[in-house]
Every structure is written in C-alpha cells, then in structure tokens.
Design a protein around this ligand. Structure first.
Ligand code: ATP
Ligand code: MG
Length: 424
C-alpha cells in the first residue's frame, strides 16, 4: 500500500461530528449581524501581496513572518489572506461602495497565517468579520461592541468572556507618545527581550503588548498614551464608555491593549476568556479611520472586528454548550420485507415535501432489523420509523424512540408529518 497523504500541518478538516456546531455558530453570527443592519460581502481568498503590506503594516508579525506568499505563474506576488479587513476595504474601494456613503458589511471564511500550530492557533483558521464604513461618531463603536456582546449571550458564553477596551488616539497623538515611549524604553533596554528590543525601533507600541513577564515588569511607570490625547480623542473615548455603561456592558480599561495591526486609531477592544489557555482572545477590533484612504479610496472613517470561529467552537465545547444542538438527523426510516423499501422511498419523499425542514434519513442498502436499528441509533436521530409488511397493510408505521424513555407506538401514516414536525 502506498503512503497516505496527510493534510498540511495546521490546516484542519472539519468532520461531521463538528460541522453541526459550526453551522449553529455560523447561523447565529449571520442572524445577529443582520439584526444590526449588516449585509454579507464575499471576497477572494487570494489577493495581491501589496494589499496586506500596505494595510497591516510591514513591521507587524503578520507581514514579517506569518503570510503565505507565492509567485503565481505570471510572476505576480500573491498572498493567501491573513485577515479580512484589507480585502473588504479593497473591494469597497474597487466597487465604489464606500464613496460618500455608509456601508455595513460582514464576511466569514478561511484565513491563513504561518504560525506554530497549537490549541486555538492554526495555519488555516476561520474568521467572522464585520466592518462599518462612513461613520466617525462613537455611536457606531458602541453599537458594534454591543453586537458582539449580544453574540456571547446568544451562544450562552457571556459569563466567560471579558471586554477589554482602550483608545489609541489619533496618528499625531500616537507619534508624540511614541517618542516618549522610545525614550523610556531606551533607558530600560537591558531589561527587554530580543523581540522587544527590535520592536522598540520598528513598532514601539507593540512592546506594551509583550507577553514576557520581564518586559511587563520593565514597563511599570511607562508614559501613558491617554496623557497625549487632545480634546477630541478624549471625548470620543468617553462617549464610547458612556454608551457601554448605559447598555450595562462591563469592560476593563487596558492601556496596554495596542493590537497587532498598524491601521487602528482611537477605540480598540478585545474579548478575552480564561477558558482557552494561552490563546485567550476570541474577538478583536476597533476603529481604523485612515485605512480606506491609505488603500487608495477617499478618506472614510471605519470601525470593525474579527472573531476566531475555532476558538469559539473550542469554548462552546469545553463549556458544554453544545449538548442541545440539533443533530444532523431527526428521524430514521427503516424498511423490512419484500419490496417495502420501494414504499419507503416513496413515503420519505412525500414526508419531505410535507415537512420542509425535516432531516429524514431513509435507510438504504438493505439488511435485517438489527443492522438497520444500529444505523438508526448511530445517526443521532430521535426516532426510528419502522415500516414492514404488517404496517403497510394497516396503514401505519411503528415508532421507536431512540433517546429517553418512551414506549414504542403505532402511528397512522397520515399522522407521520405532524409527528415529524414535532421533532424540529
Ligand atoms: P493572537 O494575539 O491570538 O495571535 P491576533 O491579534 O493575531 O491574535 P487578529 O488578527 O486580531 O488576532 O484576529 C482576530 C481573531 O482571529 C483573534 O482574536 C483570534 O480569535 C482569531 N485568530 C487569529 N489568529 C488565529 C490563528 N492562527 N488560529 C486561530 N484563530 C486565530
Ligand atoms: Mg497573531
């Protein structure tokens, strides 16, 4: 036998035992997005490499070491998208969706980053992202954060996530702060790790975000970005906080929250959890008022976020929030006896016509009662409908309940659609 080819490291198959959880999560994400007036946009998975370099930033982890970049057959440099915002802005500009108008968009799909695979961190992973364009006022910041908060409630995990909030001010304010921070860091250089020493010169704010305890200790007494804010940035942030307070959404102010992508300004936020180990950020985003112009459009304010679907699914599973998800099959139809399977084919079609959303699996491939019951049980169905020669003669099916303690019963064929409908 030849050696079987395996999936690429860090790129996972999503198996049928998991897809019903994914579908439940995806449905909720879609519904909540539309509850707030957001419409879906679908972008390609491959983009010009220049798009990500120009938006995410040349000296970010993503662009420096995580992108899947290759030359195609024409010699053009292409990249598998590591995130969705850049593509979404590119598409918005290209199709004139952002010019002098407001736009509320969401997308969902695979993203690619060459990272070290571990729990909650993969090389192909999936994000749900949402972007609001054309609104500069803090009401949209609050509205989008409220949307994320509603998601956690819908998924039953609101008690297990914490909102962290910060403001990065304007570009000018950040530039002034950067100088003060570099001066502070230079004095502490011997206490920094290699990564932070390097970042001190390329992207000093990222040092604030370092996970190394020694670096965090060295940062005690560092200058604070908020001290460099002008009137407008302060008022904007206060207004966001006020609106969250009014909505009863709790948050923790974290002045070290800087995000790993260069395009953010003003409000930034992350939802974090302690139930995932080291990969604790489930959802992250903020304002990026400069990006649309930076990518060749007319200056347009914007606010958005992305969440990692794998991390959500892991959380739901470890918190046992997936027990009541509807199984892939509601009812399993068993047929026994000469020619009964032909009748079963016919009845199954009829019932599917009558009960639109039913998940009815008709047994195929023959076999005795024992074999068919085994299949019925494995399918996850709540009931088995048993059709034999006697049943056909009496115009009935025998109903066997596969979960819970119910007596087996006979049901007239005309009553089967309402029985099926009761399972949904
Ligand atoms: P982290 O700090 O965990 O590396 P990040 O800041 O790089 O996250 P973003 O670029 O903000 O992440 O992406 C938004 C969300 O996408 C993250 O909060 C996380 O839930 C998810 N995510 C990011 N990278 C991965 C990955 N390699 N595998 C799985 N999920 C990921
Ligand atoms: Mg990362």
């Amino acid at each position: 036998m030849s050696k079987a080819i395996q999936a690429v490291r860090g790129m996972n198959d999503c198996l049928p035992s998991q897809t019903n959880i994914w579908q439940m999560v995806e449905e909720k994400l879609r519904r909540v997005a539309s509850n707030y007036g957001f419409a879906e946009i679908r972008m390609p998975i491959v983009e010009s490499t220049a798009l990500f370099k120009r938006s995410i930033g040349e000296v970010t982890d993503i662009v420096e070491k995580e992108m899947y970049t290759f030359d195609d057959r024409n010699g053009d440099s292409l990249t598998l998208r590591p995130e969705g915002t850049a593509s979404c802005v590119r598409a918005g500009n290209q199709h004139g969706l952002l010019y002098n108008q407001e736009q509320r968009l969401w997308y969902m799909g695979p993203m690619f980053r060459h990272e070290r695979p571990q729990k909650g961190r993969y090389r192909q992973f999936h994000q749900f992202g949402l972007e609001a364009f054309g609104i500069a006022t803090p009401d949209i910041d609050a509205e989008v954060i409220m949307l994320t908060s509603r998601l956690w409630k819908e998924l039953g995990i609101n008690e297990f996530v914490t909102l962290e909030l910060n403001s990065l001010g304007s570009n000018e304010e950040r530039a002034a702060y950067r100088d003060a921070l570099v001066e502070f860091l230079t004095a502490k250089e011997d206490q920094l790790d290699e990564d932070s020493k390097r970042r001190m010169h390329t992207n000093p704010l990222r040092v604030l975000d370092s996970k190394t305890p020694d670096v965090q200790a060295a940062l005690v007494g560092a200058p604070k970005l908020a001290d460099y804010f002008g009137e407008e940035s302060s008022a904007h942030f206060q207004s966001v906080c006020q609106r969250l307070d009014a909505a009863g959404i709790n948050y923790v102010l974290n002045d070290r929250l800087v995000r790993g992508l260069d395009y953010y300004n003003r409000t930034v936020f992350e939802w974090v959890t302690s139930s995932l180990g080291a990969q604790g950020t489930v959802c992250a985003g903020g304002r990026y008022d400069g990006l649309v112009e930076q990518l060749g459009g007319k200056a347009t304010p914007a606010f958005g976020f992305a969440l990692g679907i794998e991390r959500l699914v892991l959380m739901l599973t470890s918190l046992e929030k997936v027990e009541n998800i509807r199984p892939q099959v509601d009812a399993y139809l068993i047929s026994l006896g000469e020619g009964v399977d032909i009748k079963a084919n016919q009845l199954a079609e009829q019932w599917r016509d009558q009960v639109i959303d039913i998940r009815l699996q008709n047994h195929c491939g023959g076999g005795n009662m024992k074999k068919q019951m085994k299949r019925a049980d494995k399918s996850g169905a709540q009931i088995a409908l048993i059709l034999g020669e006697d049943e056909i003669a009496a115009g009935q099916v025998t109903v066997k309940y596969l979960r819970g303690q119910h007596e087996q019963q006979s049901v007239a064929l005309e009553q089967v659609p309402s029985l099926l409908a009761s399972l949904i």
